[in-house]
Design a protein around this ligand. Sequence first.
Ligand code: FES
Length: 103
Amino acid sequence: MSTFRFAAKVEDVKEGEILALIINETPVALTRLNGEIRAFGDICTHDDGPLAEGHIEDRCVVCPRHGAKFDLFTGKPTFPAVAPIPIYKVEVQGDEVWVSLGD
Ligand code: FES
């Protein structure tokens, strides 16, 4: 069973912007793609770059350090990263965003 935790107000997650959070000691980032809120791990798997300081391009987040792109639906990376980032389940409850870290 997944435990959903409060992450943010819906109004604070804006199209094309990235919101960095710590949820249960885990760095998590939120963004909005075509109106849909996405939640993902905020640490680049290449060399620990802070993905929330990068930018959104199409359906990917681009790492600010060496430019790896991570698909925000699958977590899959491009060079120079090899390992995917976690993509977390999101629930919108009223005006609140809740995220499951899979625990
Ligand atoms: S730390 Fe993200 S691409 Fe190198």
